[in-house]
Design a protein around this ligand. Structure first.
Ligand code: F6R
Ligand code: MG
Ligand code: MG
Length: 364
Protein backbone atom coordinates (compact mmCIF):
# COMPACT_ATOMS: atom_id res chain seq x y z
CA UNK A 1 0.00 0.00 0.00
CA UNK A 2 1.38 3.42 -0.93
CA UNK A 3 2.09 5.97 1.74
CA UNK A 4 0.04 9.13 2.25
CA UNK A 5 1.71 12.53 2.57
CA UNK A 6 0.12 15.54 4.25
CA UNK A 7 1.68 18.87 3.28
CA UNK A 8 0.64 22.01 5.14
CA UNK A 9 2.14 25.06 3.43
CA UNK A 10 1.33 28.61 4.53
CA UNK A 11 2.13 32.19 3.65
CA UNK A 12 0.92 35.69 4.36
CA UNK A 13 0.31 37.15 0.90
CA UNK A 14 -1.89 40.04 2.00
CA UNK A 15 -4.65 40.74 4.47
CA UNK A 16 -7.28 43.27 5.56
CA UNK A 17 -7.45 45.56 7.40
CA UNK A 18 -3.75 45.71 8.16
CA UNK A 19 -2.38 42.37 9.34
CA UNK A 20 -5.65 41.07 10.80
CA UNK A 21 -7.26 38.55 8.42
CA UNK A 22 -7.08 36.93 4.99
CA UNK A 23 -9.60 38.14 2.39
CA UNK A 24 -12.26 35.61 1.23
CA UNK A 25 -11.25 36.17 -2.41
CA UNK A 26 -7.81 34.73 -1.64
CA UNK A 27 -9.33 31.75 0.14
CA UNK A 28 -11.67 31.09 -2.80
CA UNK A 29 -8.90 31.35 -5.37
CA UNK A 30 -6.57 29.07 -3.42
CA UNK A 31 -9.33 26.50 -2.82
CA UNK A 32 -10.23 26.46 -6.52
CA UNK A 33 -6.63 26.08 -7.70
CA UNK A 34 -6.06 23.15 -5.35
CA UNK A 35 -9.39 21.48 -6.27
CA UNK A 36 -8.29 21.56 -9.93
CA UNK A 37 -5.47 19.21 -8.89
CA UNK A 38 -7.76 16.67 -7.21
CA UNK A 39 -7.10 13.29 -8.80
CA UNK A 40 -4.01 14.69 -10.54
CA UNK A 41 -1.21 15.89 -8.26
CA UNK A 42 -3.37 15.83 -5.12
CA UNK A 43 -5.71 13.33 -3.51
CA UNK A 44 -7.49 16.04 -1.53
CA UNK A 45 -7.10 19.55 -0.15
CA UNK A 46 -8.55 22.08 2.24
CA UNK A 47 -7.87 25.81 2.37
CA UNK A 48 -8.28 27.96 5.46
CA UNK A 49 -6.62 30.87 7.27
CA UNK A 50 -5.34 31.84 10.67
CA UNK A 51 -5.26 35.62 10.99
CA UNK A 52 -3.39 36.98 7.96
CA UNK A 53 -1.92 33.60 6.99
CA UNK A 54 -3.29 31.61 4.06
CA UNK A 55 -3.09 27.89 4.89
CA UNK A 56 -2.98 25.13 2.25
CA UNK A 57 -3.65 21.61 3.55
CA UNK A 58 -2.89 19.02 0.85
CA UNK A 59 -2.78 15.22 0.69
CA UNK A 60 -0.93 13.23 -1.99
CA UNK A 61 1.45 10.32 -2.58
CA UNK A 62 4.51 12.29 -3.68
CA UNK A 63 6.34 12.22 -0.31
CA UNK A 64 7.76 15.15 1.62
CA UNK A 65 9.89 17.86 -0.05
CA UNK A 66 8.36 17.13 -3.43
CA UNK A 67 9.16 19.80 -6.05
CA UNK A 68 5.80 19.53 -7.85
CA UNK A 69 3.79 19.91 -4.63
CA UNK A 70 5.93 22.85 -3.52
CA UNK A 71 5.58 24.44 -6.97
CA UNK A 72 1.79 24.06 -6.78
CA UNK A 73 1.76 25.87 -3.42
CA UNK A 74 4.08 28.54 -4.81
CA UNK A 75 1.79 29.07 -7.83
CA UNK A 76 -1.24 29.39 -5.52
CA UNK A 77 0.53 32.01 -3.40
CA UNK A 78 1.71 33.99 -6.43
CA UNK A 79 -1.77 33.95 -8.02
CA UNK A 80 -3.31 35.04 -4.69
CA UNK A 81 -0.70 37.80 -4.51
CA UNK A 82 -1.97 39.15 -7.84
CA UNK A 83 -5.50 39.39 -6.36
CA UNK A 84 -4.15 40.89 -3.11
CA UNK A 85 -2.26 43.54 -5.09
CA UNK A 86 -5.29 44.33 -7.26
CA UNK A 87 -7.28 45.07 -4.07
CA UNK A 88 -4.32 46.87 -2.43
CA UNK A 89 -4.60 44.47 0.51
CA UNK A 90 -2.09 45.09 3.25
CA UNK A 91 1.29 43.38 2.89
CA UNK A 92 0.35 41.95 -0.53
CA UNK A 93 2.96 39.35 -1.45
CA UNK A 94 4.70 39.77 1.92
CA UNK A 95 5.99 36.20 2.29
CA UNK A 96 6.91 35.72 -1.38
CA UNK A 97 10.62 36.43 -1.09
CA UNK A 98 11.84 35.18 -4.46
CA UNK A 99 11.09 36.20 -8.05
CA UNK A 100 10.78 32.61 -9.21
CA UNK A 101 10.34 29.10 -7.84
CA UNK A 102 13.59 27.15 -7.57
CA UNK A 103 12.78 23.51 -6.86
CA UNK A 104 11.80 23.67 -3.18
CA UNK A 105 9.57 26.22 -1.49
CA UNK A 106 11.64 26.14 1.72
CA UNK A 107 13.83 29.23 1.86
CA UNK A 108 11.51 31.22 -0.41
CA UNK A 109 9.27 32.61 2.36
CA UNK A 110 6.34 30.22 3.03
CA UNK A 111 6.28 27.87 6.06
CA UNK A 112 6.11 24.10 5.50
CA UNK A 113 5.14 21.14 7.72
CA UNK A 114 4.92 17.72 6.08
CA UNK A 115 4.42 14.18 7.23
CA UNK A 116 4.46 10.87 5.29
CA UNK A 117 3.15 7.59 6.67
CA UNK A 118 1.32 4.40 5.89
CA UNK A 119 -2.33 4.91 6.88
CA UNK A 120 -3.51 2.75 9.75
CA UNK A 121 -6.97 1.20 9.94
CA UNK A 122 -8.17 4.64 11.05
CA UNK A 123 -5.95 7.72 11.20
CA UNK A 124 -7.07 10.92 12.98
CA UNK A 125 -4.90 13.96 12.20
CA UNK A 126 -4.92 17.39 13.84
CA UNK A 127 -3.59 20.43 11.96
CA UNK A 128 -2.60 23.40 14.15
CA UNK A 129 -2.10 26.88 12.71
CA UNK A 130 -0.80 29.98 14.49
CA UNK A 131 -0.75 33.72 13.85
CA UNK A 132 1.43 36.39 15.55
CA UNK A 133 3.59 33.69 17.12
CA UNK A 134 7.18 32.46 16.82
CA UNK A 135 8.27 29.06 15.49
CA UNK A 136 9.06 27.65 18.94
CA UNK A 137 5.49 28.28 20.12
CA UNK A 138 4.75 24.53 19.71
CA UNK A 139 7.58 23.41 22.05
CA UNK A 140 5.55 23.66 25.27
CA UNK A 141 2.58 21.86 23.74
CA UNK A 142 4.56 19.05 22.09
CA UNK A 143 6.37 18.41 25.36
CA UNK A 144 3.07 18.22 27.26
CA UNK A 145 1.44 15.99 24.63
CA UNK A 146 4.27 13.49 24.17
CA UNK A 147 6.28 13.62 27.40
CA UNK A 148 4.10 14.73 30.33
CA UNK A 149 2.05 11.99 32.03
CA UNK A 150 0.10 14.66 33.94
CA UNK A 151 -1.26 15.71 30.53
CA UNK A 152 -1.21 12.39 28.69
CA UNK A 153 -2.27 9.44 30.84
CA UNK A 154 -1.69 7.18 27.82
CA UNK A 155 2.05 7.41 28.59
CA UNK A 156 1.31 5.55 31.83
CA UNK A 157 -1.72 3.45 30.90
CA UNK A 158 -1.32 2.44 27.23
CA UNK A 159 1.38 -0.24 26.72
CA UNK A 160 1.83 0.87 23.08
CA UNK A 161 2.91 4.38 24.20
CA UNK A 162 4.67 3.38 27.39
CA UNK A 163 8.19 3.40 25.90
CA UNK A 164 7.90 7.13 25.21
CA UNK A 165 8.82 9.26 22.22
CA UNK A 166 11.82 10.70 20.35
CA UNK A 167 12.06 14.49 19.88
CA UNK A 168 14.06 15.97 16.98
CA UNK A 169 15.18 19.47 18.03
CA UNK A 170 16.60 22.05 15.62
CA UNK A 171 18.95 24.88 16.57
CA UNK A 172 17.74 27.79 14.40
CA UNK A 173 20.92 29.80 14.92
CA UNK A 174 23.66 27.23 14.27
CA UNK A 175 21.53 25.13 11.89
CA UNK A 176 22.17 21.80 13.60
CA UNK A 177 19.89 19.14 15.07
CA UNK A 178 19.79 16.64 17.91
CA UNK A 179 17.54 13.74 18.99
CA UNK A 180 16.33 13.30 22.59
CA UNK A 181 14.47 10.27 23.90
CA UNK A 182 11.79 10.68 26.51
CA UNK A 183 11.36 9.85 29.34
CA UNK A 184 15.12 9.20 29.91
CA UNK A 185 16.40 12.53 28.57
CA UNK A 186 13.58 14.96 29.36
CA UNK A 187 15.79 17.22 31.49
CA UNK A 188 18.24 17.60 28.57
CA UNK A 189 15.31 18.14 26.20
CA UNK A 190 13.85 20.86 28.42
CA UNK A 191 17.23 22.57 28.76
CA UNK A 192 16.97 23.39 25.06
CA UNK A 193 13.27 23.65 24.19
CA UNK A 194 12.72 25.98 27.15
CA UNK A 195 14.43 28.56 24.88
CA UNK A 196 11.90 28.52 22.01
CA UNK A 197 13.36 31.53 20.21
CA UNK A 198 16.36 29.37 19.25
CA UNK A 199 15.52 25.68 19.74
CA UNK A 200 12.40 24.22 18.13
CA UNK A 201 10.94 20.74 18.01
CA UNK A 202 10.82 19.73 14.32
CA UNK A 203 9.51 16.16 14.57
CA UNK A 204 8.27 13.72 17.19
CA UNK A 205 8.59 9.96 16.59
CA UNK A 206 7.35 6.98 18.51
CA UNK A 207 10.17 4.74 19.73
CA UNK A 208 9.47 2.27 16.89
CA UNK A 209 10.19 5.09 14.42
CA UNK A 210 6.53 5.87 13.57
CA UNK A 211 6.18 9.61 12.83
CA UNK A 212 3.81 11.37 15.25
CA UNK A 213 4.23 15.12 14.67
CA UNK A 214 5.88 17.63 12.33
CA UNK A 215 6.20 21.43 12.50
CA UNK A 216 7.25 24.28 10.19
CA UNK A 217 10.67 25.75 11.00
CA UNK A 218 11.28 28.28 8.20
CA UNK A 219 12.50 31.55 9.66
CA UNK A 220 11.26 34.48 7.59
CA UNK A 221 13.56 37.14 9.02
CA UNK A 222 16.67 35.09 8.27
CA UNK A 223 15.45 34.35 4.73
CA UNK A 224 14.49 37.96 4.02
CA UNK A 225 17.47 39.53 5.82
CA UNK A 226 15.10 42.07 7.37
CA UNK A 227 12.13 42.24 9.77
CA UNK A 228 9.03 40.61 8.27
CA UNK A 229 7.10 39.64 11.43
CA UNK A 230 7.00 36.39 13.34
CA UNK A 231 6.79 33.13 11.47
CA UNK A 232 3.29 32.03 12.48
CA UNK A 233 4.07 28.30 12.37
CA UNK A 234 1.93 25.27 11.54
CA UNK A 235 2.01 21.78 13.03
CA UNK A 236 0.64 18.33 12.10
CA UNK A 237 -0.08 15.84 14.91
CA UNK A 238 -1.26 12.23 14.39
CA UNK A 239 -3.45 10.74 17.08
CA UNK A 240 -5.02 7.63 18.74
CA UNK A 241 -4.20 3.89 18.74
CA UNK A 242 -0.67 4.01 20.16
CA UNK A 243 -0.37 7.80 19.81
CA UNK A 244 -1.87 10.41 22.18
CA UNK A 245 -5.68 10.58 22.05
CA UNK A 246 -7.29 13.61 20.37
CA UNK A 247 -8.18 14.93 23.84
CA UNK A 248 -4.60 14.44 25.07
CA UNK A 249 -3.36 16.46 22.09
CA UNK A 250 -5.81 19.30 22.81
CA UNK A 251 -5.50 19.36 26.61
CA UNK A 252 -2.29 21.48 26.89
CA UNK A 253 -4.07 24.31 25.08
CA UNK A 254 -6.19 24.78 28.22
CA UNK A 255 -3.15 26.47 29.80
CA UNK A 256 -2.63 30.15 28.93
CA UNK A 257 0.96 30.18 27.69
CA UNK A 258 2.96 33.27 26.72
CA UNK A 259 4.60 33.17 23.29
CA UNK A 260 6.78 35.69 21.44
CA UNK A 261 5.07 37.53 18.60
CA UNK A 262 1.99 39.74 18.88
CA UNK A 263 2.39 43.45 18.01
CA UNK A 264 5.31 44.03 15.60
CA UNK A 265 6.64 40.53 16.36
CA UNK A 266 8.14 42.16 19.45
CA UNK A 267 5.97 41.19 22.42
CA UNK A 268 5.16 38.27 24.66
CA UNK A 269 1.45 37.51 24.57
CA UNK A 270 -0.99 34.74 25.51
CA UNK A 271 -1.48 32.03 22.87
CA UNK A 272 -5.27 31.94 22.56
CA UNK A 273 -6.99 28.85 21.10
CA UNK A 274 -9.93 29.92 18.90
CA UNK A 275 -12.35 28.55 16.32
CA UNK A 276 -11.62 29.53 12.71
CA UNK A 277 -14.41 32.14 12.81
CA UNK A 278 -12.44 33.91 15.59
CA UNK A 279 -9.00 33.54 13.99
CA UNK A 280 -8.78 37.27 13.26
CA UNK A 281 -6.17 39.34 15.01
CA UNK A 282 -7.57 42.53 16.51
CA UNK A 283 -6.44 43.69 19.95
CA UNK A 284 -2.85 45.01 19.74
CA UNK A 285 -2.68 43.04 16.45
CA UNK A 286 -3.50 39.87 18.36
CA UNK A 287 -3.48 38.34 20.85
CA UNK A 288 -1.51 35.48 19.25
CA UNK A 289 -4.00 32.90 17.98
CA UNK A 290 -3.99 29.17 17.41
CA UNK A 291 -6.59 27.16 15.50
CA UNK A 292 -6.90 23.40 15.10
CA UNK A 293 -8.70 21.49 12.36
CA UNK A 294 -9.28 17.77 12.87
CA UNK A 295 -9.60 15.23 10.03
CA UNK A 296 -9.90 11.50 9.57
CA UNK A 297 -7.81 10.27 6.67
CA UNK A 298 -9.41 7.80 4.26
CA UNK A 299 -6.87 6.70 1.63
CA UNK A 300 -5.67 10.29 1.50
CA UNK A 301 -9.16 11.85 1.49
CA UNK A 302 -9.59 14.47 4.20
CA UNK A 303 -12.77 13.57 6.09
CA UNK A 304 -13.64 16.79 7.89
CA UNK A 305 -12.70 19.32 9.05
CA UNK A 306 -13.83 19.56 12.65
CA UNK A 307 -13.04 22.97 14.15
CA UNK A 308 -11.55 21.68 17.41
CA UNK A 309 -11.33 24.92 19.45
CA UNK A 310 -14.86 26.01 18.47
CA UNK A 311 -16.09 24.60 21.77
CA UNK A 312 -17.21 26.08 25.11
CA UNK A 313 -14.67 23.80 26.80
CA UNK A 314 -12.04 26.33 25.67
CA UNK A 315 -13.99 29.42 26.84
CA UNK A 316 -12.20 29.44 30.17
CA UNK A 317 -8.69 29.43 28.71
CA UNK A 318 -9.77 32.19 26.31
CA UNK A 319 -10.97 34.26 29.30
CA UNK A 320 -7.72 33.60 31.13
CA UNK A 321 -5.75 34.59 28.01
CA UNK A 322 -7.67 37.88 27.92
CA UNK A 323 -6.88 38.49 31.60
CA UNK A 324 -3.23 37.70 30.95
CA UNK A 325 -3.31 40.10 28.01
CA UNK A 326 -4.61 42.88 30.29
CA UNK A 327 -1.92 42.19 32.87
CA UNK A 328 1.02 42.05 30.50
CA UNK A 329 -0.18 44.93 28.30
CA UNK A 330 -0.02 47.20 31.36
CA UNK A 331 3.79 46.92 31.15
CA UNK A 332 3.75 48.77 27.84
CA UNK A 333 7.24 49.04 26.32
CA UNK A 334 8.98 47.30 29.22
CA UNK A 335 10.44 43.80 29.24
CA UNK A 336 9.38 41.04 29.62
CA UNK A 337 6.25 42.15 27.72
CA UNK A 338 8.59 43.57 25.11
CA UNK A 339 11.01 40.88 23.96
CA UNK A 340 14.57 40.73 25.29
CA UNK A 341 17.24 42.74 23.46
CA UNK A 342 18.75 39.83 21.53
CA UNK A 343 15.31 38.88 20.21
CA UNK A 344 14.64 42.53 19.29
CA UNK A 345 17.60 42.24 16.87
CA UNK A 346 15.13 40.66 14.43
CA UNK A 347 12.70 43.61 14.62
CA UNK A 348 12.73 47.19 13.37
CA UNK A 349 14.22 48.49 16.66
CA UNK A 350 17.93 48.38 15.62
CA UNK A 351 17.19 50.71 12.67
CA UNK A 352 15.89 53.37 15.09
CA UNK A 353 18.86 52.87 17.40
CA UNK A 354 21.35 53.69 14.64
CA UNK A 355 20.23 57.33 14.81
CA UNK A 356 21.19 57.53 18.49
CA UNK A 357 24.62 55.92 18.19
CA UNK A 358 26.50 59.23 17.82
CA UNK A 359 24.86 60.70 20.93
CA UNK A 360 26.24 58.04 23.28
CA UNK A 361 29.49 58.97 25.05
CA UNK A 362 31.69 57.46 27.77
CA UNK A 363 30.56 57.70 31.42
CA UNK A 364 32.86 60.31 33.10
C1 F6R B 1 3.16 41.13 13.69
C2 F6R B 1 2.43 41.89 12.68
C3 F6R B 1 1.93 43.25 13.01
C4 F6R B 1 2.81 44.32 12.35
C5 F6R B 1 2.33 45.74 12.71
C6 F6R B 1 3.15 46.80 11.98
O1 F6R B 1 3.64 39.92 13.18
O2 F6R B 1 2.27 41.44 11.58
O3 F6R B 1 1.81 43.46 14.38
O4 F6R B 1 4.14 44.15 12.75
O5 F6R B 1 0.98 45.90 12.33
O6 F6R B 1 3.06 46.55 10.62
P1 F6R B 1 3.71 47.48 9.51
O7 F6R B 1 5.15 47.63 9.87
O8 F6R B 1 3.47 46.70 8.23
O9 F6R B 1 2.95 48.78 9.54
MG1 MG C 1 0.66 40.24 7.59
MG1 MG D 1 0.64 36.19 10.22
Amino acid sequence: MSKTTISVIKADVGSFPGHSRTHPKLLEKAARLLKEQKGLLLIDSFVTHCGDDLELIMTHTQGVDNGEIHKLAWDVFTECTVIAKSMKLYGAGQDILADAFSGNIKGLGPGVAEIEFEERGSDPVLIFMADKAELGAWNFFLYKIFADPFNTPGLVIDPTMHQGFIFEVHDLCDKRRIMFTSPEEVYDLLAYIGAPSRYVIKHVFRRDGEIAASTSTQRLNLMAGRYVGKDDPVMIVRSQSGLPAVGEVLEPFCTPVLVAGWMRGSHQGPFMPVGVCDANCTRFDGPPRVTCLGFQLCNGELIGPADMFDDPAFDRVRNRCNELADIIRAQGPFEPHRLSLDEMECTTLPAGENELKKRWGPIP
